[in-house]
Ligand binder design. Structure first.
Ligand SMILES: O=P(O)(O)O[C@H]1O[C@H](CO)[C@@H](O)[C@H]1O
Ligand code: HPA
Length: 282
């Protein structure tokens, strides 16, 4: 735990001021691109982008599939900022560092946070290539005190004891379900519960069974701390998991559960049923 670490309001403000003085964009939506999902940022128009290493106070990404770039631009006429690469606890960052950008976004005037991630499925109906709209989460590190809100509370951001029920905005969830219907892709989209584990190892079979019994639909190693900090400071949150693999719950079934294999299968080629069934069957 990093309970002694503190980041002052001034430090967040300094980073926010630096960014605001280096771009004309005034984003109201922030998007965190999950593993292998950095290409979401490529859809922004009139881009200004900054390597994390050039932004004062920003942590650095160390994981494959996370470019380490902050991209400002317009999406359907709305000003957005996109993180091409997030920070994970297992990289050795403190939880305050992993969530540092969220408070910077708040100070920049962002109102809505969209979190995305790559996640393993525990639910029968969620297959590789499907999208899960996060309706709630179980924050395993948070339940044992690994929470970015531990330590002195900064009342300028939010209250000491923030509510987390309803942290994934119901209105946005319904809107996206409706859009999925209109786009004819509703069979690929469903709501579910995301669980954050610490990682970096994938789950044992016993752990996978436990998660399944607890009602977890998808598991990953991120997102919950970002959502906790965003909710604390009053951001509206929407979350999506891209299902990249089935989590192995029985030893006799051979299922690929490895970072490189599913990225190449899911993100660098088009997703076909054949590729998905290869992933499922090993
Ligand atoms: O949650 P994101 O950043 O999408 O990444 C997911 O993919 C990595 C595992 O391959 C883990 O970091 C897991 O959390
Ligand atoms: O199966 C998984 N487990 C944990 N994190 C993950 N991120 C992608 N897939 C997985």
């Amino acid at each position: 735990m990093h309970s002694k670490e503190q980041i002052s309001h001034d430090e967040y403000q300094k980073t926010s001021d630096w960014l605001m003085s280096h771009t004309k964009h005034r984003p109201i939506v922030a998007i965190i691109c999950g593993s292998g999902l950095g290409m979401l940022a490529d859809t922004l128009k009139c881009q200004d982008s900054f390597d994390y290493s050039d932004i004062p106070g920003f942590p650095q990404s160390t994981v494959q599939g996370h470019a380490g770039r902050l991209v400002f631009g317009e999406l359907k006429g709305k000003s957005c900022v996109c993180m091409q690469g997030r920070f994970h606890m297992y990289e050795g960052h403190s939880l305050l560092k992993t969530t540092f950008p969220i408070r910077v976004f708040k100070l920049m005037g962002v109102e809505t946070l969209i979190v995305t991630n790559a996640a393993g499925s525990l639910a029968d109906g969620l297959r590789p290539g499907d999208i899960m709209i996060i309706k709630d989460h179980i924050n395993f590190p948070g339940l044992v005190g690994l929470n970015p809100l531990c330590g002195p509370n900064d009342e300028k951001f939010g209250p000491r004891f923030p509510a987390m029920s309803g942290c994934y905005d119901k209105g946005l969830r319904s809107l996206v379900m409706e859009l999925a219907k209109q786009m004819g892709v509703s069979s690929l989209v469903q709501e579910g519960v995301y669980a954050m584990v610490g990682g970096p190892n994938f789950e044992t079979i016993a752990e996978a069974k436990l998660l399944h019994r607890l009602g977890v639909d998808a598991v990953g190693m991120s997102t919950a701390p970002e959502v906790v900090v965003a909710t604390h400071c009053g951001l509206r949150v929407f979350g999506l998991s891209l299902i990249t693999n089935k989590v192995r719950q029985q030893s006799q079934i051979l299922i690929v559960n490895n970072h490189n294999s599913y990225f190449s299968a899911l993100f660098h080629k088009s997703v076909t049923n054949k590729e998905c069934s290869n992933l499922r069957n090993g």
